[in-house]
Design a binder for this molecule. Structure first.
Ligand code: NAD
Ligand code: TYD
Length: 340
């Protein structure tokens, strides 16, 4: 591998991966392909913008002509696909873009690999494809049972990856990460949304009773897992990347408020998300056994560092919270908060 195309590299996890790879592998060229949707942000890539082994291309992964041209121009020999529509609430409101990017876009990338003989395709997926589990942990060969349009689209994309491995013999790998958090996370997801709202003493709309459970993984641990699987994963295999760090949403909310020294009265219990999965939990046994990977950032430290990052980097998130963001906020939370 020499020239790696990182799609979705201007988003939250994709940009963390680009910053990590550009530093760790100066012998590789990292080319980002990103459409710069509402969630894509070149500010996330400022730390690498002048590095000689980094290039940026704006484009859509569902645009076959653009994908093939960029792969040829940069002599790409591996693709790591982070590009996706990634927010469950938006997928409930408007699923169209999810099918287009998370299913059709993946197919277009796979076709480019097949046609151009690109050696590796690594696909970033999510623990949400398994659906909800009340007890125990999902393993990689458990059935997929997605419950919302986001996770259904991600499952569809994954199955296309599998099909291209079996049918065309592509060297594919997939990682299914759990809920990831850290700096540069778009402030619509639970942690960055609640941190930035609490800084401004605004209400925190917690869905339902707040006892749903998510398994939180620090973004640097996620990137390290992807690096290992990209280099050492066996063709056609799927690997879970779990945080081994389950918390109820209400508990996460309390911790954020405590770190910021804000009152719990900011919490507003609002109408639940339809189809809300109660608990996500996955087993890391496979990745631990094969490559000795496990998440190693202590949660308390990582959460505190993340909250501090938002306190110290208002320049990054204040400009996001305008325009389209405010329209989305009103649609998603206006009535919910008014009725709370
Ligand atoms: P994000 O929404 O922050 O970033 C997505 C990026 O993809 C943006 O830069 C956006 O501009 C780009 N993009 C969207 N559509 C595109 C298209 N058609 N062509 C090119 N670029 C496009 O998402 P994220 O949280 O960084 O997630 C990255 C990946 O990780 C996604 O595949 C997501 O499903 C997966 N994942 C996320 C989490 C999480 O907790 N955030 C957990 C597990 C897996
Ligand atoms: P989110 O960050 O959207 O990730 P996902 O739905 O992909 O797990 O949400 C994490 C949890 O927080 C989920 O159980 C929904 C809940 N949540 C709220 O209670 N209120 C909110 O405003 C948001 C965005 C999420």
């Amino acid at each position: 591998m020499k020239n790696i195309l990182v799609t979705g590299g201007a988003g939250f996890i994709g940009s963390a991966f680009v910053r990590y790879m550009v530093e760790k592998y100066p012998q590789y060229t990292i080319v980002v392909l990103d459409k710069l949707t509402y969630a894509g942000n070149l500010d996330n890539l400022l730390p690498v913008k002048d590095k000689p082994n980094y290039h940026f291309e704006r484009g859509d992964i569902a645009d076959a002509e653009a994908v093939e041209r960029i792969c040829q121009e940069h002599n790409i020999d591996a693709i790591v696909n982070f590009a996706a529509e990634s927010h469950v609430d938006r997928s409930i409101m408007n699923p169209n873009a999810f099918l287009q990017t998370d299913v059709v876009g993946v197919y277009v990338l796979l076709e480019a690999c097949r046609k151009l003989g690109i050696e590796r395709f690594h696909h970033i997926s999510t623990d949400e494809v398994y659906g909800s589990i009340d007890e125990g942990h999902f393993k990689e060969d458990d059935p997929l049972s997605p419950n919302n349009p986001y996770s259904a689209s991600k499952a569809g994309g994954e199955l296309m990856v599998r099909a291209y491995h079996v049918t065309h013999g592509l060297h594919t790998t997939i990682t299914r990460g759990s809920n990831t958090f850290g700096p540069y996370h778009y402030p619509e997801k639970l942690i960055p949304f609640f941190v930035t709202e609490a800084i401004d003493d605004r209400p925190l709309p917690l869905y339902g009773d707040g006892t749903q459970v998510r398994d939180w993984l620090y973004v640097e641990d996620h990137c390290r897992g992807v690096d290992i699987v990209l280099h050492q994963g066996a063709p056609g295999e799927v690997y879970n990347l779990g945080g081994e760090n389950e918390h109820q949403n209400i508990e996460i909310t309390h911790r954020i408020l405590d770190i910021l020294g804000k009152p719990r009265s900011l919490i507003k219990h609002v109408e639940d998300r339809p189809g809300h999965d109660r608990r996500y939990a996955i087993s890391n046994d496979k990745l631990r056994a094969h490559f000795n990977w496990s998440p190693d950032t202590p949660f308390e430290t990582a959460l505190e560092q993340t909250v501090r990052w938002y306190v110290e980097n208002e320049w990054w998130w204040r400009k996001i919270k305008s325009g389209e963001y405010l329209e989305y906020y009103k649609k998603q939370y206006g009535e919910r908060l008014a009725n709370a």
